[in-house]
Each structure stands twice: as structure tokens, then as C-alpha cells.
Design a protein around this ligand. Sequence first.
Ligand code: G3I
Ligand code: 9MR
Length: 598
Amino acid sequence: MKRPVIAFYFIPLLLCLSCGGNVEEAIHINQIGFHPMAGKTAVAAGSKESDGGVFHVIDEETGQVAWTGKAVSTGTWTWAGTRVATIDFTELRTPGTYRIQNENGRLVSPMFAIHDTVYNALTRAALRAFYYNRASIELEPEHAGRWARAAGHPDTLVHIHASAVSPDRPVGTAISSPGGWYDAGDYNKYIVNSGISTYTLLAAYEDFPDFFHNLSTSIPESGDGMPDILSEARWNLDWMLTMQDPGDGGVYHKLTSPQFSGVVMPHEDTDPRYVVQKSTAATLNFAAVMAVAARVYGPYDPAFALRCLSAARSAWEWAVSHPEVYYRQAKMNERYRPAIVTGEYGDVDVTDEFDWAATELYLTTGGPGYLEALQSDRLLDAVIPNWRDVRALACLSSARHFVPNDLATGRTGLSPADRQLAEASVQCILNLAGALYDEYRASAFRVSMGHDRRDFVWGSNAVAMNHSILLIQAWRLTGDHSWLDAALANLDYVLGRNPTGYSFVTGFGSRTPMFPHHRPSAADGLPHPVPGFLVGGPQGGQQDGCTYPSNLPALSYLDDWCSYSTNEVAINWNAPLVYVSGALQAIYQGGSSGTTGL
Ligand code: G3I
Ligand code: 9MR
């Protein structure tokens, strides 16, 4: 395993902690850059003299000043306890490579580009990260480059855990359940988290089909006639299908070794693997995603689409007759051996999963029974989507289905029930996005992160990306470009316009995570981690016992293997990065721009 060294940039940060401020004085900016037509904002943090100070954008190639303007104080960002001033240089539209510096040259930003294909490489890499996390397949040099590796976890002999036995699958039975993606930095495969991740990739394709149709990721399936994003998602869907018990339609909660493996390469982890107890949450997540797959893959592979639909229907039936089967790992371990101590993905409120699955099944089949099961007024209770609360996904799908452009040009002749569903979905999106937009405008850092105390949870960077998905949806529904500024602000945030100064995507930016909690990256002996992964990000709870540079939520980040609560990678964090990066690239290159910022 690679040993982290104390990076030079922590030294000033630590010194600064003892001098009253919490943040190193610095200019923070999206380290990848901006589309010429997009809003462009940098922030000067921790610097008193920045308020009203003059800043220059310098062309890296010529050394010439390309733009000059003043920073505007926006107050203190409490999440990092720092004074902030914003620098809005939206009017600079000339392609090039730049840095920002203050008048005396004391503060200099990381480098960034202005370019009309600025997020292409990022989107491609973020999607390729899924390929790098594939189980049961050798990653060949042709596709994986220097991160080529042997196949791990064939999963052709997976034990039915004692908690999961059924009449047709008694103790001692083994099943074959190969493929799929590793969940994260560990090597296990969890249905609940697979559900939202796979959905988000399929949603990216449904919302921006032209862009994703043309995005080639150099995977083994490239060039086979199916868009790469759908081939990648299919890799996981094929695995998910094996997780359904054909005897009754129920879906096992996860496929896992009893404990997390050591820090080894995939093929070196040979611990026995089990499918554990079925759960209502897993079964409904499965039903929802399979219903989406049934409509997305129809034009490419009708037989596969039908298979997905039939799997979705039988999963739904199981869930209806088993509405409260929760996965409670500690309780399970009291009764069954071996004890399982890997990720729980526990959820004891599955009303949102019911709403999501019912919506997707209804949209795909038109079956009245699914509509009856759906309580569309509950869509107004949706929160930002996450693995545990997926109600907002019903809003996204239904708005997409009923409202091709905007409400005014929406489908006519909707039945009253469909109209109610469509309106509830639009309201759900605009309510959520509206609150995020207000926070973006009010926040000193000009990001929607922090609109809720719980934004800085485990996986906070995915919270930021899911915020942006909602904001992009609001743009789609209203045509109002100012939503895009807020959506971009969160991408700026994860790419460097944040108080840690990290671009949180491995390999993308001038200061990126080098020691992510990702077993292949730690065990492969290579100096650079596998690229294209979004790490979890700052997390106020610091739930892993590591020592952090600050207790403030937005500064609680550590680029160290130790920090699995801030520096792990995960499929449900990368999927919204793929969506947002691809969507913004597609939108800007299609001619839409943000407004002139603030
Ligand atoms: O819901 C409570 C909330 O009521 C409370 O106020 C808050 C305060 O801490 O905690 C909330 O629960 C948190 C929960 O996520 C939901 O957000 C837990 O503290 C937090 O520990 C939990 O984190 C999850 C973590 O696993 C530990 O279970 C992450 O969301 C989840 O992304 C992460 O997933 C892991 C898998 O288990 C294993 N594979 C890697 C993967 C990524 O790290
Ligand atoms: O490596 C594990 C990571 O993938 C999980 O997200 C995390 C939380 O469940 O747990 C990690 O494993 C740690 C274990 O929970 C406690 N001992 C240290 C392990 C990491 O080195």
C-alpha cells in the first residue's frame, strides 16, 4: 500500500489554523475551467485585502493580462469560517489557458482553461471510472492503459447466506452472480447503491441522448452499436438481474464477503462471497431501475428490455407482498453465521422506494395498478436524491416523461391522474431547485452546498452533484438560464472552487486526491490513483477516526487512505458527476449559456 506523505500545502494550512483564520489565503477556482459561454466565478478566501481588490486574469501562454476586475466581498462562509470575495470574469470568452492573480502577484490561482469542449475529457473519465471498477473481468492495457489489471471476483460460486435461504435455495446452495461494479473502494456489490447509480447514468442518457450517444469511452464494447454509457450501465444491470431469486421475485440486499478485504488487488481477495437476506428496499430499487432499463434499451435490444420489464414486475409483486422487510445487519448477525460486517445501506423507510418503483413501472407500462399504488402528493416531500431517499428520482422521470420542453408545450390531453403526477413532479423539482438557487445566491462561496446542515455528510461531493442535477432539471423545465449558473457553481465547487483547494476528481486538476480510499489505487504500486473518480468530500462527522486539519464541515477533508469517510470513491458519487459534467457540456455546446453570473 502506498504511504501518504505530508503534502507541502498542509503546512501553511495548519499554521493558518493557529493564526485565527481557518483557511489558507488563496484564490479557489474550477481547475478544469469553463466553456466560453458559461458564467465564470473564482473566489478569494481568507484574505481581508481581497475585498474590493483588483485581480487580473493572465494568459499563461503570452503572459498578457486578459481581464481585470475587482473582487466583491460576499461575507463569511460559516461552513469553513472564512471571509470570501468573488471574482466574476464571465465576460472573458477567449479560449486559452489562464491563471488569476491579485494586483501585487502575491495570490495566484491554479491554472484553468476556457474552451468549448472543456468538460469532454472529464465526462469521459468519470464514465470510464465505472469500467475501472468492474468486477469479474480483466482490464486489458488496450482499454485500461497503465491501470490494466487481472480479473477479480469471478462470483460464479456465491453462497446463499443463512439469512437468505428459500425453499428452492436451501443452505449450501451456491449461485452464479458475476459482473457488476464494485461499490466503491471496497469489493462488494450492493443493490441499493447500484440502483441509484445505474439510474443516474440512464437518466443522463435519457436527458442528453445526443451528447452521450457520441461519447466514446474506449471500453471493450465500444463500437458495437450501443452508446458506451448504455454498455457500461448494462454491465451492472446484467449483474443485478442475477440478484433476483427466480423463485419469488425478491432481490438479495447485497453480494459481499463477510468482512472488508485487505488492501489488495481484486484478484488477491479470495474470501468467500455471499448473497444475504432479501430486502424490500433492494427489491424496489431493482424494480425501478429495471423498469427504466426496459424503456431505454428497447430500441437497442428488445429481448433484453423485455427481460428487464418482467424482472421489474416480479420484483414489484414481491415488494407489495413483503412491504416491510428491512435489512438490519446487527440483528441479522445475532441469528446467522457468518456475521456480515460490510456496508449496510440500511433503510427503514421505504415509502420513497415504493413511490419511485411505482412511477417507473407506470411510465414504462402505463399499467393503472402502478398509478394507483403511487401517492403523487407525496412527491412534494422529496429531498435531494441519495441512496437512502430516492423519491426525487420519481419526480425526475415523470417530469421527463410528461414535459418534453416546458409546461406550456407539455403533452396535451393528459388524463387528470397523469396531469396530477406531472404537476406534482414539476413542483417537486422546482421546490427543491428553488431552495438550492436561493442558497447559491445568498452563500458567500456562491454554491448551494450548505443549504442544509446535512449537505456535508459522508459523500458530500455527490450531494453537490445531485443539487446540480435538480438545477439542470429546473433549467430544462423553465428554459431560464440562471439555473445553469447555480448548477455550474457546484461543478466548480467539486473541481476546486472550495476552501480545501482540491479538485476532488482523481487526475483532473492541479491538486487532486493522491491517496483515495480505493483498494486498486492503493495496491497497484502505481504513483497515480485510477483517474476519473470523485472522492466523497468534506464531512463534518469525521466518522473514521483520522486526524483532520479542522473541525469545520467544509474543511474536514483528508487526502489519506485512512479517511474513508471523506476520501473514498463510490459509484453513486461518480454517476451524478457523469450526469452534471456531460449535461453542462451538452447544454453549452448546444448554444445555451449561463447568464452573466451574479
Ligand atoms: O440519517 C442519519 C441522520 O439522522 C444523522 O443526523 C446523521 C448524523 O451523523 O447521520 C445520518 O446517517 C448517516 C447515513 O450515512 C445517511 O446519510 C450516517 O451517519 C453515515 O455514517 C452514513 O454513511 C454511509 C456510510 O456508508 C456508512 O454506513 C454513507 O452514506 C455511504 O455512502 C457509505 O457507503 C459505503 C458502504 O457502506 C460500503 N462501501 C463503500 C461506501 C462508500 O463509503
Ligand atoms: O474499507 C472500508 C470502506 O470501503 C468502507 O466504506 C468503510 C465504512 O464501512 O469501512 C472501510 O473499512 C474500514 C473498517 O470499517 C474499519 N477498519 C478499517 C477499515 C479500512 O481500513
